[in-house]
Design a protein around this ligand. Sequence first.
Ligand code: NI
Length: 267
Amino acid sequence: MSDFKPTVQLTQDQIDFYHREGYLVLDSITTLDEIAWMRDVYDRIFEQKAGREEGNQFDLAGTDEEGKREALPQILAPSKYAPELKEGLYRVNTAHIAKQLLGSLATVGGDHAIFKPAGYGAATPWHQDEAYWNPMMTYNSFSLWLPLQEATLENGCLWFVPRSHNWEVQPHHCINNDPRIHGLEIDAIDASMAVACPIPAGGCTIHHNRTAHYAGANTSTTPRRALIVGCGMPATHRETPRAFYWNERKETPREARAKVAEAKAQA
Ligand code: NI
């Protein structure tokens, strides 16, 4: 465990805003020194394509063939490949924020990393995070999105539809309707009320598991790195069943690699 003490205390206005609007913007949850350190760690694991064999490194927005230029490289569980990522001040503040927003039983869960290459990193289409998850469970959670440089309109900051966390999970489909692509896109959305959330380095955005969100392509000359940390109350089993058929249709190379790695581990 790290020795850091939380340095962020949310105001009641911020807590109320999150519950009313389904998202929150914080200008600073860690230091610029820590962000610079994290950027080095992050670049190292993307350079290594850490987790590729296990299906944890893949192209979120492309067909993910070996050797093909990736539209939107992603790593699931980056802190598995760089455990030092669990030691930062941002992590201590994230855990503290989770308890303030969700309750004392809220904990930090999984993390993932989305890298938007300079000049060609693809847009992340509109989606609700819960659409990726287990349809048999009920969630009360959020994703904390921490860019490792400033996030701007040009490099792909997040956009939210305010109050969309009150929606049910909407129908989604694989990007381009291609079952080889992991990334999901909501079938239909009115994004006319969407709010763009540019933030300085060290800041973050927070969104509920049902809040509709989007990030533009990276048209800037520098990479856009983002680390996403999930936090939640313990998930519970649903009374009423539902099916996320868009996930059942997927046939991604990522999943194929994960199955091979699992079989190897059991052999
Ligand atoms: Ni998302």
